[in-house]
Every structure is written in C-alpha cells, then in structure tokens.
Design a protein. Structure first.
Length: 224
C-alpha cells in the first residue's frame, strides 16, 4: 500500500494559522487580566487627606461676604461671615462676635503660654453666673480645633439670662475651647439658643455653622 508523506505542521497553512491565532488569543487574555488587576490596585490605593493649614491660602478672604479681625497684641486673625456675625466688644486680647440675628455670640481671647486645659478651666470659672445659670456639663468637645490646631474643649447646657434684665431666660448650648501654638493660647467661648436639630448635635448650638467658620478660619501668628 502506498503511504502518503506526512508534512510537518509548519508546512501546513491551516495548522500554522491556528497556532498564530492561539498565541494572539492568549496574549489578549493576559492583557485583559493585567488591566483588571491594575484597575483593582488603583481603586484600593489609599487617598491622601487634605493637608489643612499648609495648603490654605495665605492671603484673601474665603467668602465673598467675609470680614476679618486682626489682633495686634498676639498676631492672630479671625475671618468671619459679615452677614451672620458682627464685631461687638474688643480689647487688646481678643474680640466678641455677635450673631446679627441676636442668637448668641462667639468670643476669641488670647494669652501667653501653652496651658490649654488651664485656659479652658479659667474661662469656665470666669463665666458670669448671673447670665449663665443651671450649667450642666455635656462632655468634652471631641476633635476641638482652633484654626486647625488641635486643642481641648468642654460643652455645657445652661439657661441664659439677658444682661439687661429684659426678657426671660433662654436654654442655650455653650462651648469653651482652647488651643496653643508658638507660645500663644487662644480660647473660644460660644453660645446660642439650644437646638435639638440633629445637624448641630451633640452640643446643641442653634447657630453652630455660623460659629464654625471663624473657628476654622482663625490664622495664627506666623501662618499669614
């Protein structure tokens, strides 16, 4: 019987095409797997947090209706929303910003030194007990910051009696905070009508958002 010669696969056009197609298909599968793995790695990569003071603008106001108070004695500046707060009393140590709607105030005062807990205690002890009655401590102010500098604070509930003797007492939320940097301690005292709104929990200051802006945008000496 006559035997036909068997050609090697490299000499057979169909077999050669099938081998090349297999290589291309394998390469495509590998590329897809690599792409999926890369996407997963990118998604799982941790993101960086805002850098706070280091990335804040050094000049200019942060709101169209913002105003600033600058303390010459201790070299700090407080930016505030002029639509919501206005300057009341001020002295060489600090300033009193009053809510334009009459709902409370926020006071800034500075002293030399770095005793943060002592500054908070001293401010609480100096509160006028004729105006702030039935004070009950709510607890510490967690994450207390002034100008993005970590500090300490205490929160209270109280009954506020208008200093002019007119009107009835009003339940208020009261917060006292202090932070220190560069040998200077800034103390902030803020109060406003007490609110049960979940957005201002757990300290219950009705105009907390108006107070948050100047506290966050306090610029310490040397940061300008």
């Amino acid at each position: 019987m006559y035997r036909y010669p068997v050609l090697p696969s490299a000499r057979v056009p169909g077999a050669q095409y099938s081998h090349v197609r297999s290589l291309l298909l394998a390469a495509a599968v590998i590329a897809i797997i690599v792409g999926v793995i890369s996407a997963i790695v990118q998604a799982a990569r941790p993101t960086t947090n805002p850098c706070g003071v280091a990335c804040r603008p050094h000049t200019g106001l942060r709101l169209l209706n913002a105003a600033t108070y600058t303390n010459q004695q201790f070299g700090y500046t407080v930016a505030y929303d002029a639509n919501l707060l206005s300057v009341g009393n001020q002295d060489q140590n600090g300033v009193q910003l009053q809510a334009t709607n009459g709902d409370g105030e926020i006071d800034f005062t500075a002293t030399s030194g770095s005793d943060v807990s002592g500054a908070v205690a001293a401010e609480v002890n100096n509160l006028n007990t004729n105006q702030f009655q039935n004070m009950q401590q709510i607890g510490p102010v967690r994450g207390a910051e002034i100008g993005l500098v970590l500090g300490q604070g205490l929160a209270y509930s109280a009954d506020f009696v208008p200093p002019d003797g007119t009107g009835q007492s009003v339940p208020v939320g009261l917060v006292v905070m202090a932070a220190s940097q560069g040998g200077i301690t800034i103390t902030v005292t803020a109060f406003s009508a007490q609110s049960m709104d979940i957005q201002v929990e757990p300290y219950g200051l009705d105009v907390a958002q108006a107070f948050d802006f100047p506290v966050t945008n306090t610029i310490w000496k040397g940061q300008q």
